[in-house]
Write a protein that binds this ligand. Structure first.
Ligand code: 5GP
Length: 190
C-alpha cells in the first residue's frame, strides 16, 4: 500500500489556521487525519485531552524527547514545549492516509527536512500584523500580555514564510479554505 502524505500547516497565531484545518477535516474528501501534538501548556476551555493535544508535564515531555518519541519539538513560547509524536505520523501514513500537522514555523522546517517530497509545507498569513492583532483581541481567549507575545512571535514567523512550499493569505476565510483544499488535493493526488 502506498504511504500517506504529510501536510504541514503553519501560521502565526490568530491567522485562522485551526479554522481552516477543521474545515478541511470536516469536508472529509482529502483522506486527512489530524496529528495530535503533545504540549506542556495548560488546556484552554473547551480543549480535550487526546483530541486537541496530549497535555503533559514538562518532566514527562523531557522524558519523551529522550525516548525519541517526537519527530520534532520546539519551545514555541518560553517554557512551553510542543512536539509531534512519531507514532501518530507513522501509524496514519503507514495505513495509507494523509496527515495534517498544525505546528510552528521552525517545526515545519524540521518536518520538511525529515520527509522531503513526502511533505507539503503551507504557510497561512494574515493580511497584515494590525489585522492579526485585531483578530486575536476579538477572539477574547488570551490576556493582553499573551496577545503582545503572540504578535511579536507573528512578526518573526512572517519573516520565515519564504521557506515554505506554498503561501496563502487568509483575507477571506472561505477563499483561504478553497485555496488550501486545492493545494492539498493536488499534492496528495500526485
Ligand atoms: P497553541 O498554544 O495556540 O495551541 O499553539 C501555539 C503554536 O504552537 C501554534 O503555532 C501551533 O501550530 C504550534 N504547535 C502546536 N503543536 C506543535 C508541535 O507539535 N510542534 C511544533 N513545533 N509546534 C506546534
Amino acid at each position: 500500500m502506498r504511504q500517506g502524505k504529510i501536510i504541514v500547516i503553519a501560521a502565526p497565531s490568530g491567522c485562522g489556521k485551526s479554522t481552516i484545518i477543521q474545515a478541511l477535516l470536516k469536508e472529509g474528501d482529502l483522506d486527512l487525519a489530524f496529528a495530535v501534538s503533545a504540549t506542556t501548556r495548560p488546556p484552554r476551555p473547551g480543549e480535550t485531552e487526546g483530541v486537541s493535544y496530549y497535555f503533559m508535564s514538562t518532566e514527562d515531555f523531557r522524558e519523551a524527547i529522550a525516548d525519541g518519541a517526537f519527530i520534532e519539538y520546539e519551545e514555541v513560547y518560553p517554557g512551553r514545549f510542543y512536539g509531534t509524536p512519531r507514532s501518530e505520523i507513522e501509524r496514519v501514513t503507514g495505513e495509507g492516509h494523509n496527515i495534517v500537522l498544525d505546528i510552528d514555523v521552525n517545526g515545519a522546517r524540521g518536518v520538511k527536512e525529515l520527509y522531503g517530497p513526502r511533505a507539503l509545507t503551507i504557510f497561512i498569513e494574515p493580511p497584515s500584523i494590525d489585522e492579526l492583532r485585531r483578530r486575536l483581541e476579538s477572539r477574547g481567549t488570551e490576556s493582553a500580555e499573551v496577545i503582545d507575545e503572540r504578535v511579536d512571535r507573528a512578526a518573526y514567523e512572517l519573516s520565515q514564510a519564504g521557506h515554505f512550499d506554498a503561501r496563502i493569505v487568509n483575507d477571506e476565510l472561505e477563499t483561504a479554505i478553497r485555496q488550501t483544499h486545492a493545494l492539498i488535493d493536488g499534492f496528495t493526488s500526485l
